[in-house]
Design a protein around this ligand. Structure first.
Ligand code: FES
Length: 583
């Protein structure tokens, strides 16, 4: 039986339980908020980090859900304290929420450090909120449980289902090709997002909440429940109940996260046909936990993992269908021995115990291994002289004919250049061309936005072209698709080879050989490298300047160097480590 903490061993005891001047202040000010000592005395203080905001459509239900989490905390004998945190709203934040992922991670860690938290509930789901909250909580290493926002309901358009993002790109291309009218486009706008919840394709949000569940950081089955479903509200209050026990049991992220649990998360992501963004996030999350997870691990796992979830953008269905088909638990059962069921999870049971008995109700949505959507290669890591540090492609969501391709480069020096010229009828481009975008990486854009699904030139759309090889140092929305080579590392802004590509250079892609090559002579590449001058940094002050100084490249997870556990200030001296003394 697990040893339980005593009340005087709680971290919050220093705030509430002692008799000194400071704790007088803590108690009198808690009374000011209407609480009696019986509300909190000797009880775990549960910080509920809530990323609700009026500007975040994916979290509109969090005002209600936080009450349900609190209800669970009260029921289990804890003291709930809601702490609002930066809401990274994917559709609205410019240039990209990725610029601010590490800021939310820092805020999460520092909220937990500076306030009397004994444990925390992390409320997130919209893309970057999931990794950010988990990264911060892992660094603080208090008992933590993640409450996923849940996917929104399917979109609706003239009786057909619409998928977030994926169908936006699809119908936008059809509009530009002249195949649908403005009023059809308006109908898509009206029907594509019609309930609270995050994107309901297997985009970054669904990928990351599923990864969090596979890591053992959510209650079993939590990630798949649609946001408006009453079972989502029940899950919220169960999450609140569970965190109180996790505090008494002292069950921390460091007790749950292991090399093998991260392998489970990667296997889950690949088997779901999940977002390429998960690579950057999981690498960063693992590093926070002191676990080495390289991008090549994703490639190795993808080579032996079938894609079993028939979900857009690579497949047909949406998250609502996935839930009704049995959800993540049933999906993980299908992966069989590829999942290590011995790993511990936040409810105190192993992952294997949590998924035991889960049944698939629709075998077309959650496939068995003998009817896999794709035998292997849900994701792939490419290397070559164009990406010595690696690049990513999603074979699950591209036209198979492009897996091996050579073409002439059509280069855009930045996003503005591309936006200005891509639809120019005079642009020298054909269906075999390779479109290249520079200056879209972590430093160059900055923030590595989701520009990687580069638009297909309008004149080619009109000819019926729907996929082309496209290359950038950007990321791509998890809801996007196409033969897009992403995360090219090092990025062009810091002098990566992508900076040296000229119009007309031949580029060769070979997904099966995992190669991406710029076919120019070595001496010519060296000449271009010698002539290259670093661009002017995009920020000179504020958070942006901090970001540019400390952001790491995509293969390192784009975390700030100083947030990694073994950071020594660059001075080579030993880190102090742990919490500073609280006064
Ligand atoms: Fe929030 Fe897609 S916009 S998850």
């Amino acid at each position: 039986m697990t040893a339980r903490k005593k009340p005087e061993e709680l971290r919050s005891h220093r705030w509430y339980g002692v008799n000194d001047l400071r704790s007088f202040g803590h108690r009198s000010r808690t009374a000011q908020m209407g609480y009696h000592p019986s509300d909190y005395r000797g009880k775990p203080v549960i910080a509920i980090i809530n990323t609700w905001s009026d500007i975040n459509p994916c979290h509109t239900h969090f005002k209600q859900r936080v009450e349900e989490v609190k209800r669970g905390v009260w029921q289990a004998g804890g003291f709930p304290v809601e702490m609002p945190a930066l809401s990274l709203s994917e559709p609205f934040q410019k240039p990209t929420t990725m610029l601010y992922r590490n800021l939310l991670a820092m805020e999460t860690e520092e909220l937990l450090r500076s306030y009397p938290a004994d444990g925390c509930v992390l409320m997130g789901g919209c893309d970057k909120t999931t990794p950010a909250l988990i990264m911060g909580a892992v660094s603080m290493n208090l008992p933590a449980i993640f409450m996923p926002a849940g996917p929104m309901l399917r979109g609706d358009y003239k009786g057909q289902f619409l998928g977030s993002g994926s169908d936006t790109w699809k119908y936008w291309a059809e509009l530009r090709a002249g195949n649908i009218a403005e009023r059809d486009w308006q109908d898509v706008e009206d029907g594509i997002a019609r309930s609270p919840g995050h994107c309901m394709t297997m985009g970054t949000a669904s990928t990351m909440t599923s990864a969090a569940e596979a890591l053992g950081l959510t209650l079993p089955g939590a990630a798949s429940i649609p946001a408006p479903d009453s079972r989502h509200a029940q899950m919220a209050s169960q999450t609140g109940r569970r965190i109180v026990d996790m505090v008494w049991e002292d069950l921390k992220p460091s007790d749950i996260l292991t090399e093998r649990s991260f392998r489970n998360a990667v296997t889950t992501v690949v088997g779901l046909g999940g977002s390429t963004n998960s690579i950057v996030h999981l690498v960063a999350m693992a590093k926070r936990a002191g676990i080495a997870l390289g991008i090549d691990e994703f490639d190795a796992i993808a080579r032996s993992t079938p894609v079993l979830a028939n979900l857009r953008p690579g497949g047909q269905y949406l998250m609502e269908d996935f839930y009704y088909a049995g959800g993540l638990r049933a999906f993980l059962v299908q992966l069989g021995e590829l999942i290590d069921g011995t790993q511990r999870t936040c409810n105190g049971k192993t992952l294997g115990e949590n998924i035991a008995g889960a049944v698939v109700h629709n075998p077309d949505v959650i496939r068995s291994r003998d009817r896999a959507l794709l035998e292997r290669d849900g994701l792939a890591v490419l290397r070559g002289n164009l990406a010595p540090g690696g690049a990513i492609i999603k074979p699950a969501a591209m036209e198979a004919r492009l897996r091996r391709h050579r073409g002439r480069a059509v280069v855009f020096k930045d996003y503005g250049d591309m936006a200005a010229r891509i639809d120019d009828p005079a642009l020298d481009v054909d269906a075999d061309s390779v479109i290249v975008l520079q200056s879209a990486g972590p430093q160059g854009a900055p923030g590595m936005p989701e520009w990687g699904q580069l638009p297909i030139p309008q004149k080619l759309l009109k000819q019926g072209v729907r996929d082309m090889v496209r290359i950038s140092d950007a990321r791509m929305s998890g809801t996007s698709y196409g033969a897009c080579v992403l995360h090219v590392t090092p990025e062009s802004h810091v002098g990566g080879p992508l900076a040296f590509v000229h119009n007309g250079d031949m580029i060769a892609l070979d997904v099966d050989a995992r190669r991406i090559e710029l076919e120019i002579p070595e001496d010519e590449l060296a000449r271009r490298r010698a002539a290259w001058r670093p661009p002017i940094p995009k920020f000179s002050r504020g958070y942006g300047a901090l970001y540019l100084k400390h952001i790491q490249q995509a293969d390192q997870g784009c975390d700030f160097d100083f947030l990694e556990p073994d950071y020594d200030g660059g001075a080579g001296h030993e880190a102090a480590g742990g919490d500073p003394e609280i006064h």
